[in-house]
Structure formats: C-alpha cells, structure tokens
Design a protein around this ligand. Structure first.
Ligand code: UDX
Length: 440
C-alpha cells in the first residue's frame, strides 16, 4: 500500500520506517530540510535502538522515501499525520502543526484517501480536523484516529508487536484499509479495536494518564515508606503479584519525564476544565510528580545542610529514562537547577544524551558554567562529593564500587532509581540514600 507519513519525530519516523519494513511503500514528509537531508543520508535524527538498521534496509529496498514536499500524498491510499502536539503555555495541546499539515494534505489528496491522525490529540480534535479538511478539498476522504502507544527506547519493538491497535473511524471502508495495513502486526492475535474517533482520542490520554498515575502512586507510597521504615522494594513485590495490580510501572524514581506524560497529563486536565470538570486524580498525579522531582535534592539537603557552596555532584544519566537521548522534562533539569541554586556544581555522564542536555540547560542562566560533561561514568566522579543516579542505563547497574569510592571525595551515593542492593552498597562502605528503601 502507498503510505505517506507527515512528521519525522519519534512517532512518524518509527511508524513510517516500520510500515516500510512490513512491505508498504512509504514516503515520510517533514518541513525541516535538515532532518530530511540526514534521513536521505541514512542517518536517524533520533537515537532509537534498531532504527538505523531498518532505515538503511528499507531505503536501499526503495520502499522508504523522504521529502520536504507533499507530492507523494496524491498517490497515497493512507496518509498519517504524525506531527507534534506540544503543550501550549496554558497546558492545552497546541494543534497548530496538525492544522497546518491537515490543510496541506487536504490540498494534495486523491479521492477516497484515508487520513489518519496518529498524533496525540484532545478528544474532539477529529471533529475540527474533519471540517478543516473538507474546507480545503473537494475530494472524498475518510478520517481515522490511530493513536500510537510506542515507548522511546523500545519504539521499533513496540510498533512491531503492539499490545493492541486502536482505530477510531466512522465508516467500514476506512476500518478495512487500516486492517489491511496492520495485518502483519496483529497476526499473533493482538487485537485491533475499531471504535469511534472520539473514543480513540480519549483512549490515548486515558492510557498515558493511568500510567502516570501508577508512577505517582508508587512514588508517594515510597515517600511514606521513608517515613515509616517500610521498604518500597518489598512492598512492590507484595502488591504486584496481585494480577489486578500487575508488576509494571511501579518503580519509584525521580519523577516521570519525557515528551508524553507531562504534556498529556496537562492536556487532559485542560480538556476536563473546558468541560467544567476538575480532574482530581490526574491533578494530584501532576502535583505529586512535581514534588518528586525535588525529592532527591531534599535528601542531599538533609545530608549536607542548605548551603552546598563548593560541592560537586556527579550525575549518572541525564536522559529522562534509559535507552534514549531524549531529555525533554527529564528530572535531571530540576535536580541540577536546585543543586546549582544552592551553590553546587554538576559533573555529568550519559551514554547518549549529553549533547541534548547541555544544549537544553543553556536556557537557564544560573546554570551557565556550572555543568561539566565527561566521557566516562568514572571520570565524572573525579573530585565529586557524591554520586547521584538519575537514569537507569544498564551500564550503571553493576558498577565497580571500589572504583567509585576511589574517585569520589567521600563514599556518598544518592540512588534516584533504586539501582543498588542496600546491603551490598553499605558493605562497600557507602553512605547510601534511595527512594523509599529501608536503610538502617
Ligand atoms: C510513554 C508511554 O509509555 C507510551 O505508551 C506513549 O506512547 C508515550 O509515552 P515514554 O514517554 O517513551 O512512553 O516513556 P515510558 O517508558 O512510559 O516512561 C515515562 C516516564 O516514567 C519516564 O520518565 C520513566 O523513567 C518513568 N517511569 C516509568 C517511572 O518513574 N517508573 C516506572 O515504573 C515506569
């Protein structure tokens, strides 16, 4: 099937590349010529395991093309809108890129095109976009919502083996085309659910906000464990063997970040507000997460006192989670700003996210000259007062503790991801702090 994908961000690029991999003829379109040039040179603008190999293979097989123009839309049976819907200042999803792309698509489609909103969009957006498209074309079209549930770091795998595929639609023909498109991905029996466009839009927000709720819930319980001497690791085991609760997304940490949860939580709150409703649970999820981002800092303050002048802290990891170079809304932002605000400086090491982080932190005047990047995780420790683990990269999970001790001024470890075994770290002579773990 001929497919066009508008937007080469995480969702668009992974979807386009994976559709090519399963045999479709795909053109990815982006208004950014730099990105398109990179992609044409077989280079991925994002770090995502497995993506470069797929890009290479499918470009060579001539199933995957890139363009800054919309010409390919005319020959495409399905056209995916996968542009960003970032948070506007008021927390609402900003739909300007989606509207602009929809107009361009409308002006280029052929009769019976299936236009698919893959971007995460507030419930009701399909009504507005349908109207906008019909104002810009005389051709017959079908509008589908097909939200994407992929996770950064395992995006290719998630796309290829979806837990489910959701198709919001108004007519059977659109559903049939989408079933044909996704057939190779749901062969193992993963469900493909047809529903209304509005339910599809809501499903995406409900899923992300529910997952964010699990994280804020476990973070809050972890904080209570710290106050009561219970141990969150034991508690997680104790609760997650109950199938109704499950074992996923119950890991306490420095607060959720990334391009989706913070933005989607805010957007759902705003949607509820627009309907005169106060979304109490989701509001609390956001509040707890904001507090959580300062939780490691509060432990540092407790250890050293309020004045951190002259202190140096080594961050292991700055990405918002492992296996990505994405630093959007990473807890490493608030952590660094708080520490620097109290007089400290930061050494950082991250396997892939350093450059993105330094560039982003350049926005904060107070951080200028206070963050130094290092080539190895051990070098970042040289002369530092303590190590703080921020991201759960695999290479941080079994370090050489003797080496850490040798490099640090004193063996102090703030484990923002609960990576280490308390007894082991203590036996190595460390003063150890973690999130909700019982430490004698
Ligand atoms: C998320 C959704 O999982 C995905 O379905 C959606 O399409 C996009 O948003 P992503 O942002 O890539 O994906 O990251 P995810 O792995 O879900 O993690 C989000 C944040 O929660 C990270 O900051 C992570 O560190 C944190 N997290 C996750 C925890 O703190 N504890 C957990 O147990 C799980």
């Amino acid at each position: 099937m001929k497919v066009s994908v508008i937007g080469t961000g995480y969702v668009g690029l992974v979807s386009g590349t994976c559709f090519a991999e399963i045999g479709h003829d795909v053109t990815c379109i982006d208004i950014d010529p730099k990105k398109i040039d990179m992609l044409k040179a077989h280079k991925s603008p994002i770090y995502e395991p497995g993506l470069t190999e797929l890009l290479e293979r499918n470009i060579k097989a001539e199933r995957l093309h890139f363009s800054t123009g919309y010409e390919s839309v005319a020959g495409a049976k399905s056209i995916f809108l996968a542009v960003g819907t970032p948070s506007a200042d008021d927390g609402r999803a900003d739909l300007k890129y989606l509207r602009a792309a929809a107009i361009q698509v409308a002006q280029n489609i052929s009769d019976d095109a299936i236009i698919v909103i893959k971007s995460t969009v507030p419930v009701g957006t399909s009504v507005e976009i349908r109207k906008l498209i019909s104002e810009n074309t005389t051709k017959k079209f079908h509008l589908v919502n097909n939200p994407e549930f992929l996770k950064e770091g395992s995006a290719v795998e998630d796309f290829m083996r979806p837990d489910r595929v959701i198709i919001g639609h108004q007519d059977d023909m659109a559903m049939k085309v989408m079933e044909e498109l996704y057939a190779p991905l749901v062969r193992q029996g993963n469900p493909i659910y047809g529903m209304s466009n509005l339910s599809a839009e809501m499903s995406k927000y409900a899923a992300n906000c529910f997952l964010a709720t699990k994280i804020s819930f476990i973070n809050e319980i972890a904080r209570l464990c710290d106050l009561t001497n219970a141990d969150i690791e034991e508690v997680r085991k104790g609760i997650s063997s109950d199938k109704r609760i499950g074992g996923h997304f119950l890991y306490p940490g420095p607060g959720y970040g990334g391009s989706c949860f913070p933005k989607d939580v805010k957007a759902l709150i705003a949607t509820a507000e627009d309907h005169g409703m106060d979304l109490k649970i989701v509001n609390a999820v956001e509040e707890v997460n904001d507090e959580q981002k300062s939780y490691v800092f509060s432990k540092v303050e407790k250890h050293y006192g309020k004045d951190l002048k002259g202190k140096v802290f080594a961050f292991w990891g700055v990405a918002f989670k492992a296996n990505t170079d994405d630093v959007r809304e990473t807890p490493a932002i608030a952590m660094a700003r708080k520490l620097i605000g109290a007089g400290a400086t930061i050494n950082i090491f991250d396997p892939v996210a350093t450059e993105n982080y330094l560039q982003m932190m350049g926005e904060f005047k107070e951080c200028e000259g206070k963050i130094k990047a290092f080539e190895t995780k051990y070098d970042a420790l040289n002369g530092a007062d303590a190590l703080i683990t921020v991201t759960e990269w695999r290479e941080f999970t079994t370090p050489d503790f003797a080496e850490i001790k040798k490099r640090l001024k004193a063996p102090v470890l703030f484990d923002g991801r609960n990576l280490y075994d308390t007894k082991k770290v203590q036996a190595e002579g460390f003063k150890y702090y973690a999130i909700g773990k019982f430490i004698k």
